[in-house]
Design a protein around this ligand. Structure first.
Ligand SMILES: NC(=O)c1ccc[n+]([C@@H]2O[C@H](COP(=O)([O-])OP(=O)(O)OC[C@H]3O[C@@H](n4cnc5c(N)ncnc54)[C@H](O)[C@@H]3O)[C@@H](O)[C@H]2O)c1
Length: 311
């Protein structure tokens, strides 16, 4: 049995990852400030510490040790990062710096970070590979890029670190109340309420959607495999999906032939389109995504209707 610290695990991805770790027989301590997360998402048998990383002191962890720190906490919306850039900075940059320093001082030598495809901005070459330039268009993306650089520094100081750049992660448990993060969850939330689906920006924009269970499988393989130490990976399905295709597939999964849609102005810093090259992670950890978008959206709609992890 191992003991993991998972940050942000009252949120979507961290909670599903923690539930899996508990199911696999591990001990999990969770830190979350509940800014968007919910206590109802925290899996049973996890220790929960409520604090704001980047603002509150980590001395609360005194006396504990962990086999690894999985850092997923952070304000998760590019759009919202324009509303409070200082808070966004604390939640990505200061939180990461504080945790890295704590790991070094407390002999925790494994650190995995949830970064984002947002660091690429609008890449020139698609699918975008890890070698592409970093061109942040939001405070959120700049914070992720800065956090990545602190992680690279601590790698040289003796920590075994891995940076995972998530693309669009979706699935059951995604926060349907946060209308500023997550295309699939935002559009599904409108459909569930019977409201007109409001789309901010063009239907021709495109993204790369990865189902939550595929992400968790990849994360655990990354943890288990020392080849990933010191590496940065795209974590994505490697498939281009336009907003229009997403809406059509979501509508099918929802069981409606048509749905009222209203197009609004785009959001500040929105990336027009990108999808990722996942060859590096597939090769290094022997992983391939198992759930395609149609299957994933069906599972999401079905589980959401059953009330799993929602509300
Ligand atoms: N969902 C995606 O498609 C996606 C894509 C790229 C990157 N990411 C990153 O993955 C991570 C998890 O995303 P998610 O979709 O689960 O988002 P989420 O908003 O559901 O979860 C983030 C959690 O972090 C907590 N949090 C925020 N700031 C905090 C702080 N300063 N201290 C402690 N807790 C704090 C929130 O309360 C929330 O529970 C985030 O870092 C996000 O930026 C997500």
């Amino acid at each position: 049995m191992k003991h993991f610290l998972v940050t942000g695990a009252a949120g979507f991805i961290g909670s599903v990852l923690s539930a899996r770790l508990v199911r696999d027989g591990h001990q999990v301590t969770i830190i979350d400030d509940l800014s968007t997360g919910k206590t109802g998402n925290i899996p049973d048998r996890c220790e929960f510490i409520q604090m704001e990383l980047g603002a509150d002191d980590l001395k609360v962890l005194h006396g504990r040790t962990f086999d690894a720190v999985f850092h997923l906490a952070g304000q998760s919306s590019g759009e919202a990062s324009f509303l409070d850039p200082e808070k966004d900075f604390r939640s990505h940059v200061t939180s990461t710096f504080d945790l890295l320093k704590w790991c070094k001082e407390n002999s925790v030598d494994r650190f995995i970070y949830a970064s984002s495809m947002s660091v690429y901005g609008d890449p020139v070459t698609l699918p975008v590979s890890e070698k592409a330039d970093i061109q942040p268009k939001t405070y959120y993306a700049a914070g992720k890029a800065a956090a990545e650089n602190y992680i690279r520094l601590f790698q040289t100081l003796g920590l075994n670190t891995t940076i995972l750049r998530f693309f669009n992660v979706y699935g059951p448990g995604q926060n349907l109340d946060n209308m500023r993060q997550g295309m699939a969850s935002i559009y599904l939330a409108y459909m569930l309420k019977g409201d007109t689906v409001q789309i901010k920006g063009s239907k021709d924009r495109f993204r790369d959607f990865l189902y939550i269970d595929d992400l968790v499988d990849a994360w655990l393989k990354v943890y288990e495999n020392p080849v990933t130490w010191g590496q940065t990976y795209n974590l994505c399905a490697g498939e281009k999906t336009t907003v229009e295709t997403l809406i059509n597939q979501l509508r099918d999964a929802f069981g409606e032939a048509a749905y009222p849609i209203e197009y609004l102005e785009g959001t500040p810093g929105d990336q027009f389109g990108l999808y990722g090259d996942n060859a590096k992670i597939c090769k290094d950890i022997g992983w391939t995504p198992q759930v395609n978008l149609q299957q994933g959206l069906r599972k999401m709609v079905e589980r959401t209707r059953q009330g799993a992890n929602i509300g």
